[in-house]
Ligand binder design. Structure first.
Ligand code: SF4
Length: 337
């Protein structure tokens, strides 16, 4: 669970029951509490990039979400569900590194019901087609779940609507509050996994591999659909052996299952902008971003990214396809990219 050092409340959030509850809670904790118009994060001047990053990562903003159109979320879902943005984890390759500015604070919204009302409009517009919402497009939603209960509320909301599905991904294991939620099989929770070596080296502040697997088991046993995202995959000495062990471990832990398990595999890629941002806050980073065995590729929105060479990617695809179908019963490989 995220323990912020500073919490900033948008004064409007205090008009909502959740805002009031969180305000009392944090005032009783050893936490700096600030209330202002708009929940503005005012940083200190003359901070280094590292100081700004750390102060952002240790802060929580409690706000009221303006109800505007949701962003699309292709290909895994129809829409992003904007309940949270940011994350207290400090993964060096976090996809949010270039999205949240110099002070990447976590922001939660107190008007969860209004956001879900908007989701309902989309569901009704698309009927009789089903509509899928992604709850982790701009966050890892689990570190703040105990404060807001937002995921549980969303799970039950979509669980009660036969025209909708919900999905999100996490690197955290604190899922006990989701056990027993009335999901009706309409939520898929995926766990992002990597080898122990990669988690230790690059995924600071997240939960260890084994805890994520244990959390996935609890959810599976509670009837949820679950999946694993193996990402980002790196090619390094012994990568095959270590990723094979990872897949074997999933297979062993989910030996006696009858439901399908989704597997997604994403190879490491980076943009020049992300590289600069990462090195500004992790100057000693050992992330492999040296263009060796990489190809420059044009992304969906016109930007360029460095991906592994075609031959390497092909090798990776064959490897993961082979090992996942060998070790994991009932697995569906959604994609390997
Ligand atoms: Fe980013 Fe996910 Fe790591 Fe959080 S857990 S820092 S969202 S990659």
């Amino acid at each position: 669970m995220f323990k912020p050092a500073k919490v900033i409340f948008d004064e409007k959030s205090l008009e909502y029951p959740l805002g009031k509850r969180l305000f009392s809670y944090f005032n009783e904790e050893d936490t700096e509490v600030i209330v202002n118009k708009g929940g503005r994060f005012i940083g200190k001047k003359a901070e280094s990039p590292i100081q700004s990053f750390i102060s952002g990562k240790s802060s929580l903003v409690v706000g009221v979400r303006k109800i505007t159109e949701f962003q699309s979320c292709k290909p895994s879902a129809n829409y992003q569900l904007p309940l949270i943005s940011g994350c207290s984890g400090m993964c060096e390759y976090c996809y949010l590194n270039t999205q949240l500015g110099k002070r990447p604070y976590t922001k939660i919204y107190v008007n969860v019901d209004e956001i879900l009302e908007k989701a309902l409009n989309y569901i009704n517009e698309r009927k009789p087609k089903t509509t899928t919402f992604e709850g982790a497009a701009t966050s890892d939603p689990i570190p703040t779940e105990e404060y807001t209960g937002a995921m549980k509320t969303a799970i039950e909301f979509f669980g009660s609507n036969e025209y909708s599905y919900f999905r999100f991904v996490t690197k955290f294991s604190n899922v006990d509050s989701l056990i027993g939620a009335k999901h009706n099989g309409r939520t898929t929770i995926r766990f992002s996994l990597n080898t122990d070596r990669i988690i230790r080296e690059f995924e600071r502040g997240t939960d260890p591999f084994i805890k994520r697997i244990e959390a996935a088991k609890k959810l599976y046993n509670d009837g949820y659909k679950i999946g694993f995202i193996i990402a980002p995959v790196f090619i390094y000495e012994n990568w095959m052996e270590e990723y094979e062990n990872l897949i074997k471990k999933i297979g062993e832990e989910f030996r006696d299952i009858d439901k399908k398990i989704e597997i997604e595999v994403i190879s490491h890629r980076y943009t020049e902008r992300a590289k600069n941002q990462i090195l500004s806050v992790y100057p000693e980073s050992k992330l492999p971003m040296d263009k060796e065995n990489r190809t420059l590729k044009y992304g969906q929105f016109g930007y360029t990214k460095y991906v592994y060479d075609k031959e390497e990617l092909e090798r990776m695809k064959i490897f993961f396809k082979d090992k996942a179908s060998k070790y994991i019963k009932n697995c569906i490989i959604k994609y390997i990219i």
